[in-house]
Structures are given as C-alpha cells and as structure tokens.
Design a binder for this molecule. Structure first.
Ligand SMILES: NC(=O)c1ccc[n+]([C@@H]2O[C@H](COP(=O)([O-])OP(=O)(O)OC[C@H]3O[C@@H](n4cnc5c(N)ncnc54)[C@H](OP(=O)(O)O)[C@@H]3O)[C@@H](O)[C@H]2O)c1
Length: 246
C-alpha cells in the first residue's frame, strides 16, 4: 500500500504476563540494558517519536539518543541528532515543570484547539536543541499541531499525513496503551517490537500494550512474526501488521 503517512513502529517492553507497567502505573524500568539499547536504536532510526500524555506524566522525561555510534550514523545521514518528540493529548494539561521540557530536543504538541490555547505564545529559556549546553529563548513546544475532527477528537490520520509533509518518514510510537489502541483502531500501525521481560506484574488495572475497547477476533489486527531474538532472559519479538492483500 502506498503510504502518505510516516511508517509507524510501536516499541514496548512488557512483563511475561503482558503488562507495560505495574498497577500504580509507575514508569516501566524493568527492561534490561539490552532492552534500553534496543529502544534507543529504534528511536535513533526514526525521524520522530510519538507518545501519549500518560506516558509523559509517568516518566517525566523522554529517551534521547546518546550512543555515539547511533549519533554518528544520524549525522552521516544528514539527520538532526535527535528525532522530534511529539506528545499527543486532547487536554494538553501537562506540567511545564516536568524535566522533559528541559531536555535538549525538539518538542511538538499534537492536540485540539482547546488544548493548544495554554501553550501558544510562550517563551522560556531552554537548553538548545543542538545539545551543546547552550540556552536559547523559545517556546516549550517548537510546533503545535492542531488536527481536529468535527467531534473535537484529534484527527490522527490527518495529523500523520501532515507529518509526512514535514519529512517525518519513520515514526516510533512509544506508548502507552491508549495511544497504541487508537492507532491500531485506525489501522495506522505498520510494525511492533515487543520485548518480553522476565517478571510478572499482574493487576487487573495495570496497563497493557493495547488499551481501548478491544477487538473481537474477526476484526482483530493480525500480525506476521518477522523475527525473534532471545538475549539473556528477554525475548525480542518483531511483528508487522498484516493487511488485506498481503
Ligand atoms: N513498558 C513500556 O514500554 C511502556 C511504554 C510507555 C508507557 N508505559 C506505561 O504506560 C502507562 C501510560 O499509559 P496510558 O494508557 O496512560 O497511555 P498514554 O497513551 O501514554 O496516555 C494516555 C493519554 O494520552 C493522550 N492520548 C492517548 N491517545 C490519544 C489520542 N488518540 N488522542 C488524543 N489524546 C490521546 C490522552 O491525554 P489527555 O487525557 O491529556 O487528553 C490520554 O489520556 C504508564 O504507566 C507508563 O509507565 C510503558
């Protein structure tokens, strides 16, 4: 299928019982160093990363590329050292004191007309996106993208088409489950990387890779397993979404 939107890859770590965080929705730090490096590699391979407001509030920060080889590879490819970090939220009720806003990355906000109001026209002294320790006066969000449906939901297909016009060809989707559910429901996911980690988190309210209402088997997105790697105690599963005609 010809894509007029970025190629999308979900990257998540989960417990052996399929939870992406504990029942307190703590930041998920149960992946090993190998899993962290895997996540960083996926981020370094993308032009932008997308995550929900719940994920931002759980972690307070975003993962940046620090591995020298990955940074060099981006530089050689003529890419900015860091991908764009895009937060999706209807309300945009985010804490401006969060460490995320002090990280030397380009931040974009994908929100509604109402959500955009409180973030427009703000200027702060923030670390330069060049990552050289310098500071500059700029808004917390370098771009505010408003794409709204008539029912005031975020028009994600229109937003993704717009991202493609801004040279975002590869988009890493970093969670959480609510965002992944909405993208899967719109058939906007191309690949999934799931790391199965050796612990059990349990809990009937603990988040899973895909929240939302769920799918009945007939309409469930179907996957094709592309590769499996076992490294020490973790299993790295790489799937692609099957589409009609595949
Ligand atoms: N293990 C892992 O790899 C991993 C990765 C990421 C996150 N997590 C965990 O996942 C949990 C967070 O998950 P979550 O379910 O809260 O997910 P989330 O998708 O990160 O956040 C949900 C919020 O994001 C916004 N949002 C998501 N999809 C949207 C859409 N289609 N349109 C508009 N806004 C949208 C909404 O914000 P508003 O309410 O502001 O409108 C929504 O309330 C945390 O516990 C975190 O630790 C784990």
């Amino acid at each position: 299928m010809l894509q007029h939107r970025p190629h999308t890859t979900v990257v998540l770590a989960m417990s052996a019982d399929g939870k992406i965080a504990d029942f307190r929705r703590s930041p998920a730090r149960f992946g090993s160093r190998v899993d962290q490096a895997h996540l960083e590699k996926q981020i370094a391979a993308s032009d932008a990363v997308l995550f929900g407001a719940g994920t931002l509030s759980a972690y307070g920060t975003t993962l940046t590329v620090t591995d020298p080889t990955l940074l060099e590879h981006r530089a050689q490819g003529g890419k900015p050292l860091q991908p764009v970090h895009i937060v999706i939220t209807h309300s945009a009720n985010l804490n401006p004191e969060t460490q995320f806003f002090k990280q030397p990355v380009r931040r974009w906000l994908l929100t509604t007309t109402a959500g955009a109001l409180s973030w427009k026209g703000r200027l702060q002294t923030l670390p330069s996106t060049l990552g050289n320790g310098a500071e500059e006066c700029r808004p917390e969000f370098d771009q505010i993208l408003v794409f709204e449906t008539p029912t005031r939901e975020i028009d994600i297909p229109a937003a993704l088409k717009h991202l493609a016009t801004l040279h975002i060809t590869r988009l890493a989707v970093l969670g959480g489950g609510e965002l992944v559910a909405s993208l899967l429901g719109l058939d906007l996911i191309d690949e999934l990387w799931l790391t199965v980690c050796p612990l059990i988190l349990g809990g009937n309210t603990a988040p899973t890779p895909v929240e939302g209402k769920g799918f009945l088997p007939d309409l469930a997105p179907k996957l094709q397993l592309l590769e499996v790697h076992t490294i020490e105690q973790e299993v790295f599963l790489h799937y692609r979404l099957q589409r009609p005609g595949d």
